[in-house]
Write a protein that binds this ligand. Structure first.
Ligand code: TYM
Length: 332
């Protein structure tokens, strides 16, 4: 079976609707046809200063949200990145095959470092995509389900794999991004031309999966639309309305065309009211499941330990192959 790998950073108390619709739902679906590996990338979150106790808690919360979304530990390996030391070890080797300019061209790095300034930007933020490449290449993953914002990082991963293979002989599988077009980019409710993100300027643009449903409903009702009245999917002319239709369609299972028909001649208020119901109807049972997992941290930790044990077999093999290829003297 072809292998799938993906991960999310535990940088917040809750994942948001962009993480869920852009990536997590497709993770769940892929379990039926692939060998799936899903990780909480805690090493990546060290690039953002976080209270240590909070980081531990967020790592468990992120894993609990994977499970609540339908990641099934009997079919998928679910683990915490730092539990498998080979990730950091492979990242070092890959960093020695990454051009400085190549890493400096990553737009997420450019955006983040521009926002923080040079002195507040740590080197981890710069090498971050190389660690991501290691996550993927360590398991010979063929497909990587992510949102649109990770496409450039996947390109770098592919370049590194191809370069390494060309120089040292076939070593890595060259992975493809798996990006679901309809939900590849969920937009901010207040600024519907910017992606939904935890670092948005206003919290009102964000729907977090563990938010109070009342707050969520209110944010949807006050989402930015436009001065027309027509409910029509047109991301260029009507980004706000189109984003609401995308979210509705993804959660209700109705096509955007059906929704356009349903709402013909009706106002934005109706769409928002219905969408709030759809989103809250999804969130309530989701939150209940998350809290169920968090109420039993010992079982959650068991799942994570078992996942790490399973993937570590593969990680060890790949790292040994890489160390051998580049000429490191094997330890006795
Ligand atoms: P992260 O933690 O920022 O985001 C997790 C996933 O959510 C997707 N996403 C979105 N999709 C649609 N609309 C949005 N508004 C939106 N916001 C976020 C992201 O594309 C991602 O799929 N570098 C990665 C984590 C990572 C990783 C990996 C991913 C580390 N190693 C290996 C795949 C494979 C990141 O920061 O994602």
């Amino acid at each position: 079976d072809a292998r799938i790998l993906s991960g999310m950073q535990p940088t917040s108390d809750s994942l948001h609707l962009g993480n869920y619709l852009g990536a997590l739902t497709s993770w769940v679906g892929l379990q039926d046809s692939y060998e799936t590996i899903y990780t909480v990338v805690d090493l990546h979150s060290l690039t953002v200063a976080t209270d240590p106790q909070l980081l531990r808690e967020r790592t468990r919360r992120t894993a609990a949200q994977y499970l609540a979304a339908g990641v099934d530990p009997s079919r998928s390996a679910l683990f915490v990145q730092s539990h498998v030391p080979e990730h950091a070890q492979l990242a070092w080797v890959l960093s020695c095959h990454t051009g400085f300019g190549e890493a400096a061209r990553m737009t997420q790095f450019k955006d983040k470092s521009a926002r923080h300034g040079n002195d507040a930007t740590n080197v981890g933020l710069f090498t971050y995509p190389i660690l991501m490449a290691a996550d993927i290449l360590l398991y010979d993953a063929a497909l990587v389900p992510v949102g649109e914002d990770q496409r450039q990082h996947l390109e770098l991963t592919r370049d590194l794999a191809q370069r390494f293979n060309a120089r040292f002989g076939q070593t890595f599988v060259v992975p493809e991004p798996h990006i679901v077009r309809a939900t590849a980019k969920i937009y901010d409710l207040q600024e519907p031309t910017a992606k939904m993100s935890k670092s948005a300027s206003s919290p009102n643009g964000l729907i977090e999966l563990l938010d109070d449903p009342k707050v969520v409903a209110k944010r949807i009702r006050s989402a930015v639309t436009d001065a027309e009245r027509e409910i029509r999917f047109d991301p260029v002319a009507k980004p706000g309305v189109s984003n609401l239709l995308t979210i509705h369609s993804a959660l209700s299972g109705r096509t955007v065309a059906e929704l356009e028909q349903d709402y013909a001649g009706r106002g934005y208020g109706d769409l928002k009211k219905d969408l709030a119901e759809v989103v809250v109807g999804f969130l309530e049972p989701f939150q209940e499941r998350v809290h169920g997992y968090l109420d039993d941290p010992a079982s959650l930790d068991d799942v994570l330990a078992e996942g790490a044990e399973r993937v570590r077999v593969v990680a060890r093999e790949t790292l040994a192959r890489v160390y051998d290829r580049v000429g490191l003297l094997p330890a006795r």
